[in-house]
Design a protein around this ligand. Structure first.
Ligand code: NAD
Length: 700
């Protein structure tokens, strides 16, 4: 708990009414989801739950004892029944008789497949043995910060006994696996009154013969630890006291917005990274403290934590008193290079002859005094979760260092987990990255017909996308739709008027704090107008020029600034129009503004080339479906110009095209994706017309 917070115990959420109709499997699921819903009970993906259930054997029809245990890679908070591995208890027992000892424990993981009940494809995890051999029907293994804080102290054994008495035992650090499973089993048999154990530097095990009893026990034990810490830490100096003060929230965002693209520049040359920023109270208390550097250097303790965060973070030299970002930037390259060097030496010191090759040596977590925590990973969810894990680690260090001496995991143990061959095999099984993975895109007019199709295409190729628009309602709807389709992490929305210089600057800064920087700008926001020149008002002329010429200039200028700082190149795509090349009657303001966009793109292509910033143009024509432009006056004016009803327009344009086809927003999205991605790595200053063929707009 950060200073000033009230003691908040875990609430019992078990509802007998809900549970009454459930069988043992459903009760296991119910319990798991309840436990995983509170990050104080277990971190994302951390811990596991199990139940030993009587099932019917599909061949013999006989009742058999089956272990249901969270499968590899799942999260108890969001798990469904198919997330559990199921294994015959009789076969798991047989495994014990063929176990050849600790040097061979990793081989047992492969043998778990042979214990599978009912051809369940869910892979059993390394922790299966930790549940299987405990002589209780229900087992919870959780990673509560309050218990890990005890498990990560120098005197964790004595403290465990002091807090829980004989009810909860203690087992010295051992990497999870078959051997630890046997040790837990021995402990439980030798201590029949014990209700669980604290695993040093790792977490908590609790057990019972009923699902509800197990749940309530887990909560009671964690609450005991939470209350004990509250009492022990009251009035004590936390993290050695405050060394610096936080900047105001707006300034923290501004500093992070400046730092994140620069960090990305140094770490994104191999695999592109996505960023996440957190300036919550718990983080600020730590990064502002006297103890920051010493504690951060000790590294995290729970294996789950550092697998996500790397063993230690990189603390940046920012002084909130001077507020000078330039000073940090001047030393950033060296700080990042030093981190990589240290990581390389850690790898060399600890490696075994058969260890997998060194992985990306860059830090995942960057701590900035007075500002907060920045995390970078291959995608947004991973960066966010790494941040959440480091908050878990902060909570652990806070508790442990206040009541005793905090100890991280020994370096060799940390390495052996990080480069565990079983862990490597899991990484190798991960699907290949999509073409825009690790890329950040911003689409102006992203809530409109063409913008939405472009954003959707980019997200389906793995990009994180910021939708920027002035249509608040359509923006909220589009963001919600994409969150559902691609997950909340991949999309953000900004109410942004491209004609407002201040709003554009602010929008790009927000993009930096949300995702870490920018790789792709699609300037697409637009309107259309139709009027003979004599009746074109100055207001109409200015509106076209404002949105289509000035607006495209403003967002492109900001994209150039950020991309240059990032030094990773970039792609700018202008959605102009056939009308920018082909003169049309009664639309001089629109056509002229679109022509300005096209020429601006050419000029920028020239300027951006030396920084690997490519600038290209997509020219749509007559995209009626989904477009808001085509629902208003423009539709009526065009229909009137051609002397036909509005319903006849789409067919009119189709017939007018050389290929006799209608152009859809998805067609424009495909061309834009081509320019946004590396497929067009060698194209700049180019134009693709997506107009089903129109000789008037041939580019040469
Ligand atoms: P649309 O109206 O469906 O989408 C345009 C979006 O831009 C809207 O959501 C609107 O709210 C937004 N917008 C308008 N002014 C803005 C501002 N100042 N700041 C931020 N956002 C603003 O239209 P669409 O058909 O999807 O058009 C997208 C682009 O394609 C436009 O630039 C348009 O000129 C161009 N274009 C469209 C067609 C076509 O037939 N639909 C043809 C050629 C070119």
């Amino acid at each position: 708990m950060a200073q000033g917070q009230q003691l908040r115990l875990l609430e019992n959420k078990w509802d007998d009414g809900v549970a009454a109709s459930m069988d043992e499997r459903d009760l296991l699921l119910y319990r798991s989801n309840l436990l995983g819903a509170d990050k104080r009970i277990t971190n994302y993906g951390g811990g596991n739950t199990s139940a030993k259930v009587i099932d019917k054997d599909p061949l013999s029809g006989e009742d058999v004892d089956v272990l249901w245990v969270k499968g590899s890679g799942g999260d108890v908070g969001t798990i469904k029944l198919d997330g559990f591995a199921t294994l015959y208890m009789s076969k798991l027992d047989q495994l014990r008789s063929i176990y050849k000892g600790q040097e061979h424990e990793d081989e047992m993981v492969g043998l778990l497949t042979f214990c599978t009940f009912n051809l369940n494809p869910r892979a059993a995890s390394i922790d299966t043995a930790l549940h299987a051999y405990l002589p209780y029907r229900h087992v919870d293994h959780m990673h509560p910060d309050a218990v890990i804080a005890i498990a990560a102290t120098r005197n964790s054994r004595a403290l465990t006994h002091q807090i829980f008495g004989d009810e909860i035992g203690w087992i010295a650090w051992r990497r999870p696996g078959f051997e630890l499973g046997l040790e837990l089993s021995r402990f439980a048999k030798e201590h029949p009154d014990a209700k669980g154990v604290v695993l040093e530097s790792h977490g908590l095990f609790t057990w019972a013969d009923e699902a509800k009893a197990c749940y309530e026990l887990t909560l009671r034990i964690i609450n005991k630890a939470i209350a004990w810490f509250d009492c022990q830490t009251k009035g004590k100096t936390i993290f050695g006291g405050e060394a610096v003060q936080s900047l105001p929230a707006e300034k923290r965002q501004a500093v992070a917005a400046q730092l994140m693209p620069e960090i990305r520049a140094h770490i994104g040359t191999g695999e592109r990274k996505i960023g996440h920023f957190d300036d919550s109270d718990a983080v600020l208390e730590f990064v502002n403290s006297n103890g920051l550097r010493d504690l951060a250097a000790l590294g995290t303790s729970c294996p789950d934590h550092f697998l996500r965060t790397k063993i230690r973070p990189l603390v940046l030299d920012f002084d909130p008193a001077t507020g000078s970002v330039e000073a940090v930037l001047a030393g950033l390259g060296t700080a990042i290079a030093d981190y990589r060097k240290h990581y390389g030496s850690y790898y060399e010191r600890s490696r075994h002859p058969d260890s997998p090759g060194i992985r990306d040596a860059n830090a995942v977590v960057y701590l900035v005094p007075g500002v907060g925590m920045i995390t970078f990973a291959r995608d947004k969810a991973t960066a966010r979760i790494a941040g959440e894990f480091y908050v878990n680690a902060i909570n652990v260090m806070r508790g442990a260092s206040t009541v005793d001496t905090y100890v991280g995991l020994p370096e060799q143990e940390a390495f052996d987990i990080e480069y565990w061959l079983l862990e490597e095999a899991k990484l190798q099984r991960m699907p290949k990255s999509k073409s825009l993975a690790g890329r950040v895109g911003l689409v102006t007019g992203g809530a409109g017909g063409i913008g939405r199709a472009i954003a959707g295409k980019m997200m389906s190729e793995g990009a994180c996308v910021v939708l920027a628009d002035i249509d608040v309602e359509a923006l909220a709807r589009t963001e919600a739709e994409f969150s559902k389709r691609f997950g909340k992490d991949q999309v953000r929305s900004l109410v942004l008027d491209v004609t407002d210089e201040g709003a554009v600057l602010d929008g790009f800064a927000r993009t930096a704090t949300q995702f870490g920087g920018l790789d792709i700008l699609v300037s697409n926001a637009g309107i259309a107008s139709s009027e003979p020149v004599e009746s074109t008002t100055l207001a109409m002329w200015d509106r076209n020029m404002d949105i289509l010429a000035k607006g495209y200039f403003l967002v492109a200028r900001e994209a150039f600034r950020m991309m240059r700082r990032q030094k990773l190149g970039g792609s700018v795509v202008f959605i102009a129009s056939k009308n920018g090349l082909a003169a049309s009657p009664n639309a001089s303001a629109y056509c002229t503004a679109k022509a300005a966009e096209i020429h601006l793109a050419r000029c920028l292509a020239l300027e951006g080339a030396e920084a690997a910033i490519r600038v290209n143009v997509v020219n749509p024509d007559a995209v009626l479906r989904g477009s808001k432009i085509w629902t208003g006056e423009w539709r009526e004016q065009r229909a009137a110009a051609y002397n036909m009803s509005t319903d006849e327009l789409e067919d009119h344009y189709r017939k007018r095209s050389m290929l006799k086809r209608s152009v859809l927003p998805e067609d424009v999205a495909e061309a834009t994706y081509f320019f946004a991605s590396d497929l067009s790595a060698k194209s700049t200053g180019n134009i693709i017309n997506v107009d089903a063929g129109n000789a008037q707009s041939f580019t040469r």
